[in-house]
Design a protein around this ligand. Sequence first.
Ligand code: CU
Length: 488
Amino acid sequence: MDGVVDVTQCAIPPSGEMTYKFKAQPAGTTWYHGHYLNQYTDGLIGPLIIRRQVEPNQEHYDTERILMVSDWYNDVARTKLLSWYLSAQNTEGIEPIPDAIVVNGKFSQSLFVKTSGATRIRFRIINAAAFSMYTVSIDGLPLHIIELDQTPVVPYTVSSFVMNVAQRVSFYVNLNEFDQTYVPTDLPSTKSIYIRFKANPEMYPVDISSYIAPYATQCLPYPIFFNPLYLAILSFDSSDSLPTYPVNQATSESSNQDSEDQHDVNILCARPFNPASNVVPNATHYLKLVITFRPDSHNITRGYLNNVTYSSDAINVRNKAISMNAMKSDKMLPLLYQMVANSASLGIPSPIITNDNPLPVIQSDGSGHYLVPYQAVVDILLENTDEGEHPFHLHGHSFWIISTSDNPQAEQLYRGAYIQRDVVSVPASGWAKIRFLANNPGAWLFHCHIEWHMSAGLILAFLVGPNELLAQDYMIAANQKLFCQKYY
Ligand SMILES: [Cu+2]
């Protein structure tokens, strides 16, 4: 599980099937999605909830609801949007702008979330968007956050929070805490309230109120311009009535909050629920990664990590500057199978001591494949030269967030008790520092989870503990050999 075509497996062919067997751990809120040819933008997604025997904080709620928010595109991503995005005509590398927001597959004001008589409800929010980060709030209710990605946290209370692509946040609400002043006294009492998902228009490289994409074919009844405010309706009864108050009803306090809350405050507020299981080891290795976007030799804007843009069969790239001696990720066996077949000749140097850092520095083969010794504790500094914020996700592991340029004080404040996540939002023109323990031998991607940026090559692969992988007698499944038969 947690695999990717060309990294841990060959693609499941049309009409083919594959059974994934996995240990249901770690527990928590996550989601399944295709990682191939922009299929998840086109809807190949779903929630995956792994429950604990005893859920931390479960005494605070009686029922739960899952809300999966994603970007809706009128056009097919796999063909039309991707080929436009990675074309020389797209001189500024403008990402396809979503046409709408959907939650659980429904457009704004059409999703009714019923409380079914419960007053204490846990919400598991999953940002499964291709591009957008969202500010989430529920009118008149404080949100008590209890889980970030798959890490339970000591409850803390916010009026809204930001979540970037691929992040998950759980909170509970208590309807008895509803702010009665939210509904003006001259209006009839309301049987429902809005759950708001607000995309921050500043993250888009164009003015969304007037932008018509060059590839767009206007097609009613689909929206023409993107509305950054999505409204779901939390219904207290079965009548599916809309709230009695106007959509723009907001106390001055909460509207101020909105403009201030564009940053991820969770890094500072969140404390691990179980500190004993969150012992942060000291770093043994170091890796600095510089994020850049620039046109390649074909004038196609691509993403680079330390000047390497990742290419694989999954990406229709014309730029395949891969050195002959290095591991190849295009037209080749999945990286994992290459590790198993020939770990002695991976062609990637071991970590080396440099003048810049007291710790050995993780090395690559120049094609985005980095060799990580088993049980290494790697500090990664992500330096973002781009003006956009990038949500970086690590496969096969979670990591501790040490600090970011938005919250640099976290490093000293929480020394030894950093919060674990598996997606970190690297601030625009800023940086993030994370640490992970390489205890899961295999081939694991580390990448920006904005689907367009993956397609643009903002990816690398960690090859963790090749010798340990062999020692574990890793076997390639029989059905996998079938899918990969062009190689076997
Ligand atoms: Cu990105």
